[in-house]
Design a protein around this ligand. Structure first.
Ligand code: AMP
Length: 279
């Protein structure tokens, strides 16, 4: 695996790859890699002959400067993990100068999908995501890109922008990788204290319970209210808990085969998200 830090070096390599007829797969990340990210790399097996993992903690998608500064970083450990796992040709870890040149003033805005759920209380977040993803697609010239269902709204937004802008990349969704207690793996989990980490398992457990009740035919509003209260009793601050269609993220009913339960909730200052399908 080669560590590449400049977009020029990356451009030189991907040009050669394209000339040689290789298929390029990319996994965009913000680092602090874990088994969830590794699953994205693995998902490219048989679909790409060359694989690039990108690590860039994207300042423009953080609307809270503290969250940006506190975001865990560790390039050496990330590189060692990828090297040990194998299957990655390039780790692209640019600094800000390689991404946002002085005077940078463009934003990719995916209207409609960006204002709900995580966009509701994080204005501008998805503009930042859509902008960096578009830039990384252009810089890596990837043919295929893997994204986790853990960030389901992000996945929908990326699919939309690829379709709307005719970007020549296909999007590969990858199911959420979970800990033994079902907590979705996340770089943010590292910021949980041991007590918070133990409590965090309530998040997937509450979703499972809520889904079971919905499937049993109980009233949607009542189920959501009970689940919200359970989470608050477990020490969470709940930001949203909603049933939405996985096709277009619009509010929906449990009878909809594409219905999916979405949650964002914080323990202390650590914001966690999760989502699960009803079927
Ligand atoms: P991040 O580094 O958190 O920005 O995530 C980079 C990519 O990894 C995104 O496509 C995420 O959806 C994906 N990802 C993060 N956590 C998980 C997980 N637990 N399971 C599957 N994919 C994940």
């Amino acid at each position: 695996m080669k560590l590449v830090k400049t977009r020029q070096e990356l451009a030189d390599i991907v040009t050669q790859w394209h000339r040689a007829g290789e298929t390029i797969g990319v996994v965009p990340t913000m680092g602090s890699l874990h088994a969830g990210h590794l699953a994205l790399v693995k998902a490219l097996d048989g679909k790409a002959t060359r694989r690039i993992v990108t690590i860039f903690v994207n300042p423009i998608q953080f609307n809270n400067p503290d969250d940006f500064h506190l975001y865990p970083r560790g390039l050496e450990a990330d590189a060692a993990l990828l090297e040990e796992t194998g299957g990655v040709d390039i780790l692209y870890a640019p600094d800000e100068t390689q991404i946002y040149a002085p005077g940078f003033s463009t934003r990719v805005v995916v209207s409609g999908l960006d204002a709900m759920l995580c966009g509701g209380d994080r204005p501008g977040h998805f503009d930042g995501v859509a902008t960096i993803v578009t830039k990384l697609f252009m810089q890596t010239r990837a043919d295929i890109a893997a994204f986790g269902e853990k960030d389901f709204q992000q996945l929908c937004i990326v699919r939309r922008l690829v379709q709307d802008l005719d970007l020549p990349v296909s999007i590969l969704p990858v199911p959420t990788v979970r800990e033994a207690d079902q907590l979705a793996l996340s770089s943010r989990n590292r910021r949980l204290t041991p007590v918070q980490r133990a409590r965090a398992a309530h998040l997937p457990a509450s979703l499972h319970t809520c889904i079971a009740e919905l499937k049993a035919g109980k009233n949607l509003e009542t189920c959501l209210k009970t689940c919200w209260q359970d989470l608050e009793e477990a020490g969470f601050t709940v930001h949203y808990l909603e049933l939405r269609s996985s096709k277009n993220l619009q509010a929906t009913q449990p009878s909809d085969p594409s219905a999916r339960l979405f949650v964002a909730a914080s323990l202390g200052d650590v914001r966690l998200i999760d989502n699960m399908p009803l079927c």
